[in-house]
Write a new protein. Structure first.
Length: 500
């Protein structure tokens, strides 16, 4: 019997009523294992209504109440991390160890939310004028929504909802329809932790559900992570409907390797960052820029390491890389490799013919490595989101920097060098939101915010960290005068208040 994933509304499972379902496949076998209910406009409205009703009390709840529940949720999440990782592997395909790492990174933001009291404590200035005090406080927005991608079905939602609900908001999550089960398990654990009904809701679906969240008058803010075209659409549509928006888009992350770099360390990092999670990461390194005469040596070192990666089902402990999420996506990724030579690149490794014995219908693709890739090639210009690494050659640092800064994307970047001066110059001159120095995937820890520049971010706020807290709250300034009982009446004064 095929498993059915339904919605979570008002603290309980809500069976799909639209009659529309989407298939969820096991990427390692290609078999449809699950059906996920797609929400109608009315079902999205029901979730928002449940969140709005819950906000009446949750928004007024004490910080101690919120953090106590989040601490219990954290303990449950830690206890069930292996189970959640198993759900991720079954529907996304990533290897179990990688799925466990995803849960661990999500836990970082839960930790941050558990300590939200510090972030919300406000400011006070006393005696700014005679017997006048001014205070600044931050208050929740109301109902907020999150729309999340398939590549991190547990981590990215946890980049959003722990901070949102810790700040006093209520939340409606629309996860990817490709791997929906982890989001429902998170909802169940929140309920077990004692989260009041309606504070956290999950609706599955497609553009119908998304568009209703973007236009619903009771949704005050929308968080999104996904591709750049959709991020631009989310930002434009939600902003036009008066909502606060943080929309994180795609990437083409460059790793600059200078001639003085430790090439073995650089090759290790390039392989790990390009091919981990089958390249389905917005922070994957997809372009290595080799400066000077090191290119041939670096490419050979990358090739030697890449050829040794074991590809197989995510639930096989010996697998280092799993399949891609869908067959359609697998075929699209393969097309970039198939067309690379005609666009001027040298194909060092071609993984398009790879398959796994006993799992021939899985969404398999092997490791691909393209060298001397021209910037005009589609493999360089597009976000491939698969295990394809492009190597570009430049003669100088300045030429490499211009190449990187010419990209429309500005999510993350890295430099490998032993020269501190060069590294310092790069981190100041490169046009990207996150920079790694001898670190290939510079994803910030939970108390620093994540986000890119240019076409990698739409909106003014990065996600989690201090930006996350500010996104999910709004500031209010209160000016107070309490006259001393001994003061005589001052009479009417139509001028500005005196502060001297």
């Amino acid at each position: 019997m095929t498993k059915i994933v339904n919605h979570w509304i008002g603290g309980k499972t809500a069976e799909g009523a639209s009659g529309t379902y989407g298939p969820v496949t096991d990427p390692a076998t290609g078999e449809v294992t699950t059906k996920v209910a797609f929400a109608s406009v009315e079902e999205v409205d029901a979730a928002v209504a449940a969140a709005k009703e819950a906000y009446l009390s949750w928004g007024q709840s004490s910080l101690a109440t919120r953090t106590t529940i989040l601490f219990r949720f954290r303990a449950l999440l830690d206890a069930h991390r292996d189970e959640i990782a198993g759900l991720i592997t079954a529907e996304h395909g990533k290897v179990h160890s990688d799925a466990l790492g995803e849960v661990a990174r999500g836990l970082e933001i839960v930790d941050l939310a558990c300590g939200i009291s510090v972030q919300l404590k406000g400011e006070l200035s006393t005696q700014v004028a005679s017997r006048v005090d001014v205070s600044s406080i931050r208050q929740p927005l109301g109902v907020v929504a999150g729309i999340t991608p398939f590549n991190f079905p547990a981590m990215v939602p946890m980049w959003m909802f722990p901070l949102a609900i810790a700040c006093g908001n209520t939340f409606v999550l629309k996860p990817s329809e490709k791997d929906p089960s982890a989001s429902i398990r998170l909802a169940e654990l929140l309920a077990e932790a004692g989260l009041p009904d309606g504070v956290f809701n999950v609706v599955h679906g497609d553009k119908v559900a998304v568009d209703r969240l973007l236009t619903h008058p009771d949704v005050k803010a929308v968080s999104f992570v996904g591709s750049t075209p959709i991020a631009r659409y989310i930002h434009t549509t939600a902003s036009a409907n008066g909502k606060r928006v943080q929309a994180l888009g795609g990437a083409k992350n460059h790793m600059l390797v200078l001639p003085d770099a430790d090439l073995d360390a650089a090759a290790d990092a390039a392989v790990s960052a390009a091919y981990g999670s089958a390249g389905e990461r917005c922070m994957a390194i997809s372009a290595v820029v080799a400066v000077g005469a090191i290119g041939d040596t670096l490419v050979e070192k990358i090739r030697e390491r890449a050829e040794k990666i074991k590809i197989g089902p995510g639930n096989d402990p010996t697998s280092e890389m799993g399949p891609l999420i869908t067959k359609v996506h697998r075929d699209k990724v393969a097309s970039y490799v198939t067309n690379a030579a005609s666009e001027g690149a040298e194909v060092v490794l071609d993984g398009t013919g790879y398959t796994v014995d006993g799992h021939e219908n899985g969404h398999w693709i092997g490791i691909s490595l393209l060298d001397k890739v021209p910037t005009s090639a589609a493999a360089y210009q597009d976000e491939i989101f698969g295990p394809v690494l492009c190597v570009l050659r430049t003669e100088t640092y300045e030429e490499a920097l211009d190449l990187i800064n010419s990209s429309p994307f500005g999510n993350g970047t890295a430099i490998f060098t032993r020269d501190g001066g060069a590294a310092r110059r790069f981190q100041l001159e490169v046009e990207a939101g996150m920079v790694g120095v001898n670190v290939p995937i510079p994803v910030p820890v939970g108390y620093h915010s994540f986000g890119g520049w240019k076409d990698s971010l739409f909106g003014d706020h990065h996600i989690y960290g201090n930006d996350g807290t500010h996104f999910y709250t709004r500031g209010k300034v209160v000016t107070t005068r309490w006259p001393d009982p001994a003061d005589a009446p001052t009479g009417v004064d139509l001028g500005f208040p005196r502060n001297h």
